[in-house]
Design a protein around this ligand. Structure first.
Ligand SMILES: [Zn+2]
Length: 85
């Protein structure tokens, strides 16, 4: 066991791995809170991701409408084909 300090409350904690100083180490109480917050963060992230996808889908719809030929163009096309006959 290695002795180190909880990154959140500075309480002395013992961990089974050698603290590398990069990853935060938490005591039991803070770890619980940390995991809870991380889960919430990931939920928020997922929500944001969903909203982003929704917006992108809407954007694609609009772009497709813009790119699709207008009624006038369709009529012109039909008239041209008729003339070619
Ligand atoms: Zn703590």
């Amino acid at each position: 066991m290695y002795k180190t300090q909880c990154s959140a409350c500075n309480k002395e904690v013992e961990v089974p791995f050698k603290p590398d100083g990069k990853r935060p180490v938490f005591c039991k109480d803070c770890l619980k809170e940390y995991r809870r917050q991380q889960a919430k963060l990931q939920e928020d992230l997922k929500e944001t991701e969903d909203k982003k996808t929704e917006t992108e889908n809407k954007k694609t719809d609009q772009e497709q409408k813009k790119d699709s030929p207008s009624l006038k163009e369709l009529i012109n096309q039909a008239m041209k084909e008729k003339r070619d006959d």
